[in-house]
Design a protein around this ligand. Structure first.
Ligand SMILES: [Zn+2]
Ligand SMILES: [Zn+2]
Length: 342
């Protein structure tokens, strides 16, 4: 397996992906290149030298120092010269992501957003505002599984519409019972799960959703200047959970189309899969870890939307998770075939 670095054709400096311009920039002479330019460049490779079971050692293509990387890490920086190093071999075969959402939020913007988010939270230790802590912010591409599904579904039940009126000494109650059927096709997009065991799952799922319509076909160039982790969980692990989530969404989407009536009582629900497409994707996350009294606090920011999820040391005995949202957003298209039946 080889380690690679993108080098500037003008000065030989390392090139990194720039979220602001969405191009590739030389860190030294500031030349800028588009993706086509990058692909045309000869790559600077170096061979892995001494793998062991847990930690693999690689030679930095820039300074020749040995760099240790964990098994799931596919991109990082040389500890000695800070040169970006990508282990392309870890991103091949079944480990090759089909899509990647490039970072949209630059490090400077991420820092600003973190500071303004933190300053809006009360009871935060002053150290949180320290520049040193914020400087430790790192951009990491994390592995996720996402699933798009098309389901056929049918929901049957009844509603009771009750009307009460009074004339002098008599009270009338009119009860209309409707049998309601809804059937149709429901499309769910981007049902997502974190695919890395060691990751802070709550953080990584707390910053969902990502807009995968803005994803690009995978290319190692996007990783340059960032860290990247590869999956160690296969989609089979999530299938039962995704099925349950799908059922919840489909049921509520069909139920929500029943309006203008009293309480709906469902009695039969069927759902069958027409199509499911899974994607293994790398998604951009700004991560900040903060150590206090031996405890580690994690913050994650969606590198596409800026959504933040974090644990704040508000109460030192109890961790409080503060997240924007918990569930993946679902874009649903419903074609309703059934109607109201009396
Ligand atoms: Zn250069
Ligand atoms: Zn180096």
């Amino acid at each position: 397996m080889s380690a690679l670095t993108y080098k500037c054709p003008n000065c030989g400096g390392s090139m990194v992906f720039d979220p602001q311009s969405q191009d590739f920039t030389c860190e030294y002479c500031l030349s800028s290149f588009c993706r086509e330019d990058l692909e045309a460049l000869p790559l600077d490779h170096s061979e892995e030298i001494q793998p062991d079971s847990e930690t693999l050692l690689y030679t930095c293509p820039n300074c020749g120092a040995q760099i240790a990387m964990e098994e799931t890490t596919a991109a990082d920086f040389c500890y000695y010269c800070h040169n970006p190093v990508i282990l392309s071999g870890k991103l091949s075969g079944t480990q090759m992501p089909s899509l990647l959402v490039p970072f949209q939020i630059s490090k400077d913007e991420a820092k600003e957003r973190f500071i303004s988010w933190i300053s809006r939270k009360r009871f935060i230790p002053p150290a949180f505002f320290s520049k040193n802590q914020i400087e430790k912010l790192s951009g990491v591409y994390f592995p996720y599984w996402t699933c798009d599904r098309t389901m056929n579904a049918e929901l049957n039940g009844t509603t009771k519409d009750i009307r009460i009126w009074r004339t002098q000494d008599t009270e009338y109650t009119e009860t209309k019972v409707y049998s309601i059927r809804r059937s149709g096709q429901v499309e769910l997009r981007d049902l997502s799960r974190n695919a890395l065991q060691k990751a802070q799952v709550r953080m990584l799922e707390g910053i969902l959703p990502f807009d995968l319509r803005k994803a690009a076909p995978f290319h190692t160039g996007f990783l340059s200047g960032f860290q990247a982790e590869v999956k160690d969980m296969e989609k089979e692990f999530f299938e039962a959970e995704i099925e349950k989530e799908t059922e919840t969404y489909v049921k509520s989407l069909l139920t929500n189309t029943i309006t203008g009536h009293g309480t709906f009582q469902a009695d039969r629900f069927f759902m069958s899969e027409q199509k499911s497409v899974w994607h293994y994707v790398l998604l951009p996350v700004w991560v900040l870890t903060y150590r206090q009294n031996g405890a580690l606090f994690y913050f994650a920011m969606n590198g596409q939307t800026g959504e933040i999820c974090g644990q704040l040391p508000v109460d030192y005995r109890k961790l409080l998770a503060v997240c924007g949202g918990i569930f993946a957003a679902v874009t649903a298209l419903i074609t309703l075939l059934g109607g109201l039946m009396l």
